[in-house]
Design a protein around this ligand. Structure first.
Ligand code: AMP
Ligand code: MN
Ligand code: MN
Ligand code: MN
Length: 275
């Protein structure tokens, strides 16, 4: 059986392994097909491709785009994108510019609650490509403001907490268009994580489909078996292809490992069927 893991992060975004080390670990874990899907950037693809060259692992070029849909932040995966596509890159660059503006605001808010130097501090944990909340979290843990990353998120970096800034990311239409324009396949990442009502999720999927999206991540890391059933049904109801990915970020998260995913239910249409 071919082992697919179509959602993972490297140090280019907020993962803790370099693209090379990520590929090496995926091979160790028995992954046959790995998608590198860093947030809002494809800068790790070339290094990951080089690391996969001559091994049994086949690397899928990917990206995870941050999107604002109504009042929700959602993530759209682009699989098999041409990472050299100019309009995709221009779009991603714009999101990363916004990330810098947001980081300045996060730092200002933290400053008001008595924590100084957060922008520079967080930057030290980030690649030059992307500055995200995980980098702030690492800074805050190291400065002793929280005991671990999870704790920082709860106390500082989510809605109604001192370091929270609501996102202004790409639109759903932009994300899907960039991905399709770059010859890729757009997939709604971890649909069960958005804390949406079932009705709202169906509305998101309807709109996504109308815009040209093709896939739903039916299986993702740290997911309840009941959720897999619900998502498989949704994928079939909407005639969407099913994807699976761990959303691996770091070996420290022992509960999410590369390639350790339940199989896709036999009822769905796997996204790789026509690859
Ligand atoms: P950002 O795109 O910069 O707002 O950061 C989102 C990222 O933060 C996600 O992709 C996760 O890697 C991480 N994240 C979000 N919520 C949590 C949490 N509760 N605990 C740990 N990491 C989280
Ligand atoms: Mn992340
Ligand atoms: Mn995500
Ligand atoms: Mn992810």
């Amino acid at each position: 059986m071919t082992c697919y893991d179509l959602h993972s992060h490297s140090t280019v975004s907020d993962g803790s392994l370099s693209p090379e080390h990520l590929v090496a670990r995926a091979i160790d874990q028995g992954v046959d097909v790995l998608a590198l899907t860093d947030h809002d950037g494809t800068e790790g693809i070339i290094a990951a491709q080089a690391a996969a060259q001559g091994t049994k692992l086949s690397l899928v070029t990917g990206v995870e785009i941050s999107v604002t849909w109504g009042s929700s932040t959602i993530h759209i995966l682009g699989l098999k994108v041409d990472h050299k596509n100019a309009s995709l890159q221009k779009g991603l660059e714009k999101i990363r510019d916004y990330r810098k503006e947001r980081a300045v605001k996060i730092a200002e808010r933290l400053e008001k609650s008595g924590i100084s130097g957060a922008y520079e501090g967080a930057s030290q944990y980030a690649s030059p490509v992307m500055l995200g909340r995980v980098h702030f979290a690492k800074f805050l843990v190291d400065k002793g403001h929280a005991k671990n990353i999870n704790d920082v998120f709860k106390r500082y970096l989510v809605r109604n907490k001192p370091g929270y800034v609501s996102g202004e990311w790409a639109t759903l239409a932009q994300a899907v268009n960039w991905i399709n324009g770059a010859g890729g396949q757009a997939v709604i990442a971890h649909p069960a994580r958005y804390k949406m009502t079932a009705t709202k999720l169906r509305r998101l999927i309807t709109e996504f489909k109308e815009l040209g999206g093709v896939g739903l991540e039916v299986v993702s890391g740290r997911q309840h078996p009941e959720e897999i059933k619900t998502l498989a049904k949704l994928a079939n109801d909407f005639n969407l292809l099913a994807s699976c990915g761990s959303d691996f970020h770091s070996p420290d998260n022992t509960w999410v490992e590369l390639g350790r995913l339940p199989e896709l239910p036999s009822s769905v249409n796997p996204i790789w069927k026509k690859w």
